[in-house]
Design a protein around this ligand. Sequence first.
Ligand code: NAD
Length: 501
Amino acid sequence: MRTSDDTSTRVFSNLVDGKWVASSSGRLFDNRNPADDRDLIGRFQESTPEDAERAIAAAARAYEEWRFVPAPRRAEILFRAAQLIVERKESFARDMTREMGKVLEETRGDVQEAIDMTYFMAGEGRRMYGQTVPSELRDKFAMSVRQPLGVCGIITPWNFPMAIPSWKIVPALVCGNTVVFKPSSLTPLSAINFVKVLEEAGIPPGVVNLVTGGPDVGTVLSTHEVIKVVSFTGSTAVGRLVNQNAAPGFKKVHLEMGGKNIIIVMDDAQLELAVEGCLWGGFGTTGQRCTAASRVVVHEKVYEEFLGEFARRAKALHVGNGAQDGVQVGPSVSESQLATVMKYVEIGKREGATLVTGGHRLEQGEYARGWFHEPTIFGDVQPSMRIAQEEIFGPVVSVMRCGSLAEAVEIGNGVAYGLSASIYTRNVNTAFAAMRDMYTGIFYVNAPTIGAEVHLPFGGTKATGNGHREAGIAALDVFSEWKSIYVDFSGRLQRAQIDVE
Ligand code: NAD
């Protein structure tokens, strides 16, 4: 077995303590193109718990130096990393489309998000504001500062293979932490592309470690006593496990999990714009976004008109290999993800929803070697149906009726998740009422449920998140701890709350 970070060998290594190394298992796993399973992208390390432990030990050693590097200097390295990603944007996007299927335009956006986040956090290196406040006592100074926590375990999914790692790793680094990163086994190449850029920009050995592999590695990152923060994005089921595993050690746990997002279309909406938004929200990234609009609730006065146009436009979407020009919807990421989509289509039919368009796997001709599915719309969906309650993570949209905003909001909030919601209306009062009443972490007016920008907090409520946020300066709260500092220069004992004048 050859292990190298040279892509021509198509065997990729872990990064531990500044060295590209093989797993102690001696085993590799394949990474294949979901648009064509004959296309083997590379072979990656099937890592063991021991590999993860070595990486954690390296990160702990590196922390003892990295935390002393002034934040503006740490930020300069990140700034250089952002510049390198800009230079390699096209090639990173092509690698990403090849390994997870979304269309090139979208993978370019994914890489751009990593660029945006890295520049944004590089700026934080000269801010990271704390508070300076007056003391209640004479000759006493009071302030708060952010301090790093130590080694962070980073566990990420496949649907935003560079953006999501950047949302976690970059703020962790600027705050002075070190990192052990386990990406999804479906997108290890994008993870390696990102980590190599950090290495090349000058991140010292051991500060960022990458260990590819499955749940075994993730379990070590959630349980090991040296890990102080676990930042996880993925399904709610796995997030719950991570939370349980991390609880006995009182780790700080940051979870971003599933979604069942909704677009509300009111009777005064600009219908064409709403249709456009539902197409992008529902079928963009093949519905494989945590913020995908897998539910649409439409005012009964415009329901038929909306549904007819929505179905007509969905039917016309061009499904295919995301690397090809003109393709709008790529494949599902894997055979098992496609099987989930097909299972939910059957569930929807059994539940009595009307299959308006789509509903089938695409497997003839150009589709024969990939995991393709028609964009699918169910009408006459009842809010209690499983297709309206459970995350499908594919190109399937459930359309429901409502008679009022209050009913739409009740349907919108009537699921386990709370990530993103949106409303199409021309009435400002309706928009503000919905904005107030939807219990989600993200809300849009006259735009679909997807399209977050990196300088605002990102995350969700209920089964989507556990109260933390990534992106924006909120991300700093995950990766730093507040220390309040009092400096008494009076030369005598002064007792707070007691020696009051
Ligand atoms: P997943 O939960 O299957 O896997 C996520 C990561 O956890 C992977 O790296 C996986 O290897 C790892 N993992 C698996 N078992 C583990 C364990 N026992 N301990 C620790 N780690 C373990 O999710 P996925 O299929 O990669 O991604 C899709 C899911 O991610 C969807 O539910 C989607 O909604 C969610 N997601 C959420 C957000 C958000 O910000 N809320 C963003 C993107 C994706």
